[in-house]
Design a protein around this ligand. Structure first.
Ligand code: SF4
Length: 393
């Protein structure tokens, strides 16, 4: 478990970190009022804040926790370039300039990737990329990504210790490759996000990662709490008490690091932040790359939508309930009206402990983990130890 606090940085670095943190937060605060007004108006019943599109499932790696169970070769039934362009047209129809995450597999395995990114950028979508750190992630390609309008790249790092990371990734040398790719992306002018999947195997690595993240100049650390789907079904979950401990540690950490921290598939982080500070995590956080944080909490199907390599629309990449296919239905209609999505956006439909929890609007529990562990996407999130307050008579 998290045995110690983050390792202390040098006095010089601590000074620099504190100053950067203040500057970033002051900048965020100065625009908060106007932004909050805009985001309160944002209606997750009408449009997602973020769309993740699995442009391919092909990937050279075979990571232990891959939700996609990625394969070495591209599936010939993937959306082709014409279908992909049409999809981008339709996504622009949401009208709210959602964030479009081009993900995989390894999106760099698609030859038309930058053509698609450029088109999405031209239509006003805010595009980011989650490449795999293979030999394809060169500085040249990172510069092409930037030129195509991609604003941010997210790389996966699952440990501070290279051997631990490499064993997660199933590829010796992966950690060094990732470090090179991060440097290449930085040289190309892309902002950097790091995604870390946490389970019982690597949770002890988290404190040692903090200093690395500072050195890499990341803008966001997105900590994914394992959802046991795909190859990740074979990994050990944290216990409910461990989830609470790690989320509490992250909430303390967020006060003293120069990057934003986002908990993915752990909306109870918002409950913990709310209990501790009266605010919710990252609400309205603004970045210079424009990939801001929403004021309201995003959850599977609620402010978030996933499109598979075959065009299936799902509430998230971890909640693999197809609600329709973009080959024959408009994704805007699927998001707004399919029963899968509308039920997930209704806190009154939640069952068990989450259904009677006073934090169900703020949190609502991980719908993906509830589904993975119980088969019911509206069941309680079994990894939350919180006991809701008794209802008033
Ligand atoms: S019981 Fe459910 S809604 Fe309440 S804090 Fe836990 S996960 Fe969130």
């Amino acid at each position: 478990m998290i045995a110690t606090d983050a390792p202390p940085a040098s006095g010089i670095r601590l000074g620099g970190v504190a100053q950067t943190t203040v500057t970033v937060r002051e900048e965020a605060a100065s625009a908060r009022h106007e932004r909050d007004a805009r985001m309160v108006m944002a209606d997750f019943d009408q449009a997602p804040f973020t769309i993740a599109w699995e442009v391919t499932r092909a990937c050279a790696y075979a990571c232990q926790h891959c939700r996609a169970d990625a394969q070495p070769r591209r599936n010939p039934r993937e959306l082709d370039t014409g279908e992909a362009m049409h999809l981008i047209d339709q996504l622009a129809g949401f009208g709210n300039r959602p964030i479009l995450v081009l993900t995989g597999g390894d999106p760099l395995m698609r030859r038309d990737l930058f053509e698609l990114a450029r088109y999405a950028d031209e239509l006003g979508l805010r595009v980011s990329l989650t490449p795999t750190a293979t030999a394809l992630a060169t500085e040249k390609r990172m510069r092409q990504a930037r030129a195509a309008g991609i604003r941010r790249v997210a790389f996966s790092v699952d440990a501070a210790e290279p051997l631990t990371h490499d064993s997660f990734r199933g590829f010796r040398g992966s950690f060094e490759r990732t470090r090179s790719a991060i440097a290449a992306a930085g040289e190309a002018g892309l902002s950097i996000q790091i995604n870390t999947t946490v389970c019982a195997t690597n949770v002890g690595e988290l404190p040692a990662m903090v200093e690395q993240l500072e050195q890499w100049g990341v803008v966001q650390w997105s900590v994914f709490f394992l959802v046991p789907v795909g190859r990740g079904a074979g990994l050990p979950l944290l216990s409910p008490a461990e989830h609470e401990e790690v989320l509490g540690w992250l909430s303390d950490l967020t006060e003293r690091v120069p990057f934003d921290i986002k908990a993915t598939a752990a909306p109870q982080y918002r409950r913990i932040l709310h209990q501790r500070t009266g605010r919710t995590t990252g609400a309205g956080f603004r970045y210079s790359d424009g990939l801001n944080r929403p004021v309201r909490g995003v959850n599977d199907g609620r402010g978030f939508m996933f499109i598979s390599h075959l065009g299936e629309v799902m509430p998230s990449g971890f909640l693999t309930l197809p609600a329709g296919n973009v080959r024959n239905l408009n994704p805007v209609e699927i998001y707004r009206h399919s029963p899968v999505f509308t039920s997930l956006r209704d806190p009154g439909a939640l069952k068990g402990k989450c259904g009677r929890c006073e934090f169900r609007e703020v949190c609502g529990g991980s719908r993906a983990r509830a589904y993975a562990l119980s088969g019911d996407p509206l069941a309680s999130d079994p990894t939350c130890p919180y006991e809701p307050a008794p209802a008033l008579a």
